[in-house]
Design a protein around this ligand. Structure first.
Ligand SMILES: Nc1ncnc2c1ncn2[C@@H]1O[C@H](COP(=O)(O)OP(=O)(O)O)[C@@H](O)[C@H]1O
Ligand SMILES: [Mg+2]
Length: 262
C-alpha cells in the first residue's frame, strides 16, 4: 500500500470512520457499538463526561487499541486488516496532542518539536530547523525554544506538544482534552492557536473534551458520546445556537429528554 495514494475525503471516502466499534475492559463495556464518519477538513469535538471512553476512542483511531468488534477505517483502510508496518505509515500522517503534552523532560522545546522529524525522516538539520521554528512560531513559542518542559507553564507545554504534533504535516490531528489543567485564559489562547493552525493547514481535527466552552469555541461539528455510543453528531452551530435537545439535556444533566438514563 502506498499511503500517499490513498483517498482522503474524495469519492465519499472519509479520512476517519468507526463502524459498530465495541471495546470492553473486563466486564466494563466502554464502547458499545460506536458509529461515526468524521467530516473531513473540519474540527469535530466529541463531548462526554469523564470515563466515557473518549481517550479509548482516540487510541482506536490511532491504531493503539484493537476493537473487540467493529471496524476502524483511516484513509479508507481498515486498520486491523493491514500490516503493522502499514498501520505505522498511516500513523505518521497523524498528529496527537496528548492530555499532558507528553514532552520529553530531558529535551528542550526545540528538540522535543524536532523529535518526529529526526525519527521518521532523513531531513538535514537546517531543513528541520526551518520547520521546527515555523511551527514553534505558529504556537507562539519561538522565543522559548531553549526552555525545558519543567521551566514553562502547562499552557506552553501543550502548545509545544501541538507544535510537535504538526511537524510531519499531519492530515489528521487529535487533541485529548487540550483544556485540561489550564485556566480559562490559557485555554482560550490554546483554542485560538488550534483555530489558526487549522485555518492555515486544514486537515481533519478531532478534539475530545468535557468542557463545553472549548467545544463552543473551536468546533465545526459536535458529537456526543453516551453509554458507549455516539448519540448525536451534527453542526456545532446547530447544536449550540439552536438549543438542540440532545445537547441541552447533555449539558444540563436532566433525566427528561432524548437520552435515556437507564
Ligand atoms: N487499558 C485499559 N484497561 C482497563 N480499563 C481501561 C483502559 N483504558 C481505559 N479504561 C477504562 O475505560 C473507561 C474509559 O476510559 P477513557 O477513554 O480514558 O475515558 P475518558 O472519556 O475520560 O477519556 C474508564 O473507566 C477507564 O478506566
Ligand atoms: Mg481521557
Amino acid at each position: 500500500m502506498n499511503p500517499s495514494a490513498v483517498p482522503m475525503g474524495h469519492d465519499g471516502v472519509h479520512s476517519m470512520e468507526v463502524r459498530n466499534v465495541h471495546k470492553s475492559f473486563g466486564s466494563f463495556d466502554v464502547l458499545q457499538g460506536l458509529d461515526l464518519s468524521f467530516k473531513d477538513d473540519a474540527i469535530t469535538t466529541i463531548l462526554g463526561p469523564s470515563g466515557t471512553g473518549k481517550s479509548v476512542l482516540i487510541k482506536h483511531l490511532v491504531g493503539l487499541l484493537e476493537p473487540d468488534e467493529g471496524d476502524v477505517l483511516v484513509f479508507g483502510q481498515n486498520l486491523w486488516q493491514i500490516s503493522e508496518a502499514e498501520r505505522y505509515e498511516i500513523r505518521k500522517k497523524m498528529g496527537v496532542l496528548f492530555q499532558d503534552g507528553a514532552l520529553f523532560g530531558s529535551m528542550n522545546l526545540y528538540d522535543n518539536t524536532a523529535f518526529p522529524l529526526r525519527k521518521h525522516t532523513d531531513k538535514p538539520e537546517d531543513e528541520i530547523r526551518e520547520i521546527v521554528m515555523r511551527r514553534l512560531t505558529e504556537v507562539g513559542l519561538d522565543r522559548s525554544w531553549t526552555k525545558y518542559p519543567n521551566e514553562v507553564s502547562g499552557g506552553m507545554r501543550k502548545r509545544a506538544g501541538f507544535a510537535r504534533a504538526m511537524v510531519m504535516d499531519p492530515k489528521i490531528v487529535f487533541f485529548d482534552e487540550p483544556d485540561s489543567g489550564l485556566d480559562p485564559v490559557r485555554t482560550s489562547l490554546l483554542n485560538d492557536v488550534i483555530l489558526e493552525m487549522h485555518a492555515e493547514h486544514k486537515g481533519t481535527y478531532l478534539l475530545v473534551t468535557h468542557d463545553i466552552r472549548t467545544a463552543r469555541k473551536v468546533s465545526d461539528y459536535v458529537g456526543l458520546i453516551w453509554k458507549g455510543k455516539v448519540v448525536h453528531y451534527g453542526e456545532a452551530e446547530q447544536a449550540f445556537e439552536h438549543d438542540d435537545p440532545f445537547v441541552r439535556q447533555f449539558l444540563s444533566g436532566e433525566s427528561a429528554g432524548p437520552l435515556g438514563m437507564d
